[in-house]
Design a protein around this ligand. Structure first.
Ligand code: PLP
Length: 397
């Protein structure tokens, strides 16, 4: 008998824990009122898209429909790739060729393309745990094995010796994500230089190539920290960028991949061609045309992080007064908090009884923590404090 693909069947039947919690929140809000449920589950930006983006959309709609809504080249229009490359040159003082930029439907498509482009089935891809759960899905879809390397225990920074120790002759890529979802950690220049040196040493030892896939949807969402440009530190880098968070456009599906020029003309041309090939093979060609036009106009539009910064203050102050332990976030809009019992799933279930929707760390590949997404209205944080207090009191002996 003909069966559908078992792996896809399982993926389809097991929606992500985060989405499940979000769906539960919607039902619960309908039952008891939206203001009574404290939904910290999703990373959906609470800040509206900038006015410049909204007017770029309106202006674009005045253009001839066939040109505006028609196919673009598979890798994106020359104009948007030029705009992105110039922005990289200006902001990071680095060489960047438009011929190495591939426009994508968000970071999700970018990651799937990058992984297909630089791995072979049977390879190993390293991730730093805790990690964005879809990494494992994308890695396994490329026929590779997801190898989890724990972050440093106290501050969730890169544990470079552990990463080096996890590299084998089959390791073809490492995914990093800074500012980090779920911990809010930002990897500084010294940490990235240490990582780069370790990867180069492993490549030399094993005679292999290790690509660094730098997933950067939160690059602009920082609270004072510097986010170094990774290709300047490690040549064999593919940057995976998205406007979902920086310009609050997650539903519009727009971002880009950049095969670093620093790899050298020949290798970067090959990596880029493989990216074009993977985009073709996966059906990720011609990213949304209207939003290519918008990015062309708004490439240097600053992100509005003031509301996230205020929420971060409110939440960390409130939770530390209640005795919760957390990692001080340097970026993104997530707070990583130690669960009050070893089983994070049991803790999140107990939190639900107080109408607090927190994502247990098991979703991210580690035990004992929960993630609070603070991309919410400030009133949700303010009103949730009695619930956090009551939850903590349950654990007082
Ligand atoms: N990478 C990380 C770390 C994310 O948190 C997300 C979305 O939340 C993505 C990738 C996917 O983002 P996009 O909307 O650009 O596909």
């Amino acid at each position: 008998m003909h069966m559908v693909n078992e792996r896809m069947l399982a993926l389809g039947n097991e929606p992500s824990a985060i989405r499940e919690l979000f769906a539960y929140g919607l039902t619960r809000k309908a039952e008891i009122g939206a203001d009574k449920v404290f939904d910290f589950s999703l990373g959906n930006p609470s800040v509206p898209a900038p006015a410049a983006v909204r007017s770029a959309i309106a202006d674009a709609l005045g253009e001839p429909a066939c040109a505006l809504h028609g196919y673009t080249p598979a890798q994106g229009t020359p104009a948007v790739r030029q705009a992105v490359a110039h922005s990289i040159q200006r902001r990071f003082g680095c060489e960047a060729s438009p011929d190495r930029i591939y426009m994508t439907a968000g970071a999700a498509a970018g990651l799937a393309i990058a992984l297909s482009a630089v791995t072979h089935p049977g390879d190993e891809v390293l991730v730093v745990a805790p990690y964005f759960p879809e990494y494992k899905v994308f890695i396994e879809s490329a026929g590779c094995t997801c190898v989890e390397v724990p972050a440093r225990a106290n501050d969730f920074q890169l544990d470079v010796p552990a990463i080096a120790a996890a590299v084998t002759p089959r390791t073809s890529a490492l995914i990093i994500d800074s500012p980090n979802n779920p911990t809010g950690a930002v990897y500084g220049r010294a940490a990235l230089e240490e990582l780069a040196a370790a990867l180069r040493q492993k490549e030399a030892e094993l005679g292999t190539r290790i690509y660094l896939i730098s997933d950067e949807p939160y690059r602009e969402i920082v609270y004072g920290a510097e986010v170094p440009w990774v290709p300047a530190v490690y040549a064999r880098t593919i940057v995976c960028y998205s406007y979902s968070k920086s310009l609050s456009l997650p539903g519009e599906r727009i971002g880009w991949l950049y095969a670093a020029d620093q790899m050298g003309a020949e290798e970067s041309a090959d990596v880029y061609a493989a990216i074009c090939g993977a985009g073709r093979a996966l059906g990720f060609v011609c990213a949304p045309a209207l939003f290519q036009r918008v990015v062309e106009r708004c490439v240097d539009e600053p992100s509005d992080v003031a509301a996230y910064a205020a929420n971060r203050e409110l939440l960390t102050k409130g939770l530390s007064e209640l005795g919760y332990e957390y990692v001080e976030p340097q970026g993104a809009f997530y707070l990583w908090v130690r669960a009050l019992e070893p089983d994070a799933e049991a803790f999140a279930e107990r939190a639900k009884k107080h109408e607090l929707l927190l994502v247990p760390s098991n979703s991210f590949g580690v035990e004992g923590w929960i993630r609070i997404g603070y991309c919410v209205d400030a009133s949700v944080i303010e009103n949730s404090m009695p619930a956090f207090k009551a939850l903590a009191e349950e654990y007082v002996q």
